[in-house]
Design a protein around this ligand. Structure first.
Ligand code: FES
Length: 172
């Protein structure tokens, strides 16, 4: 009788014990590996920065050299603002100039006033003649002028990385 109870007792403990021991072992094993990979991931993330390791650290800007279109697209005696390029194309008869929109005081974008035929800065009131020369306000010097050439396809090509003297003009 004692042996029957013993068997009963041990069988149920054995079953329960085996189930509990295996489950705990699996759980701890999985938790251990999870912790390990999380730690390695966090360390590598700190080391290389998020996404920084996979992407080059460069600024993507448009090329300073671009085609502005054919000369006939610019009306005679006109000032055309190429806003995205921060350049004015000034046409006087057959003469073309590429003038920067960036004010020489603190860098605001100047605007062309058709009525006054001058460039005006909305920030602190600097004024520039149509040829870019400053005559009023705090701007210390004329607007920058950029190189402009005609390419093989007959288009005006402006290079804002090359500054040219004020008197430079492209005759077409
Ligand atoms: S930024 Fe143009 S006048 Fe100051």
């Amino acid at each position: 009788m004692g042996s029957k109870e013993e068997n009963k007792c041990c069988k149920s403990e054995k079953e329960g014990g085996i189930w509990f021991t295996l489950s705990r072992r699996n759980f701890l094993t999985l938790a251990g590996w999870g912790l390990f990979f999380a730690s390695v991931g966090a360390y590598l993330g700190e080391l290389f920065g998020y996404k920084g390791f996979f992407y080059p650290k460069v600024l993507f800007e448009p090329s300073p050299k671009f085609a502005a279109g054919e000369p006939k697209n610019f009306l005679p005696d006109s000032v055309t603002t190429l806003k995205s390029r921060k350049v004015f194309v000034v046409r006087d008869g057959d003469s073309f100039k590429a003038i920067s929109v960036v004010c020489q005081h603190l860098g605001c974008a100047v605007e062309f006033s058709k009525e006054k035929n001058i460039f005006e800065c909305p920030c602190h009131g600097s004024k520039y003649y149509r040829n870019g020369v400053n005559f009023a306000g705090p701007a210390p010097r004329p607007l920058d002028h950029f190189q402009m050439v005609i390419d093989d396809n007959g288009r005006l090509v402006i290079d804002t990385s090359i500054k040219v003297p004020l008197e430079t003009e492209l005759i077409v």
